[in-house]
Design a protein around this ligand. Structure first.
Ligand SMILES: [Zn+2]
Length: 113
């Protein structure tokens, strides 16, 4: 039920933002999910409709922006796409790398007025 608490957290954050502003209606919310963030997008989009009921984003469009994983190899310094956190460098098979992107999880856009 990891995604359920994440869904609740999203609604809490937006509600707080909404209450501190003079906004009347939220139209659209965009959420960045890195594929290495550990958040399951399908599970989250399944949970959200239950959690948004009665909240300020009940009628808002919720969009997910999937961010692919990228790393820089500490062996040969090549950048490569990371599908799993334990992937090795495809060029030199080194395990050691620096993750450049893909661990993000955040609300990136709120469209409201
Ligand atoms: Zn390498």
């Amino acid at each position: 039920m990891h995604e359920l608490s994440i869904a609740m957290e999203i609604v809490d954050q937006i509600t707080e933002y909404f209450e501190n502003s003079k906004l009347k209606k939220v139209y659209e919310v965009e959420i960045d999910i890195g594929i290495l963030s550990g958040v399951d997008k399908d599970n989250l989009s399944f949970m959200l409709p239950f959690v948004v009921k009665g909240s300020v984003i009940e009628n808002a469009v919720i969009r997910f922006n999937i961010i692919k994983g990228m790393a820089n190899c500490l062996g040969c310094h090549s950048d490569f796409e990371l599908l799993e956190i334990y992937d090795v460098c495809p060029f030199c098979h080194n395990f050691e790398k620096q993750i450049i992107q893909g661990k993000e999880f955040k609300i990136s856009t709120i469209l409201a007025d």
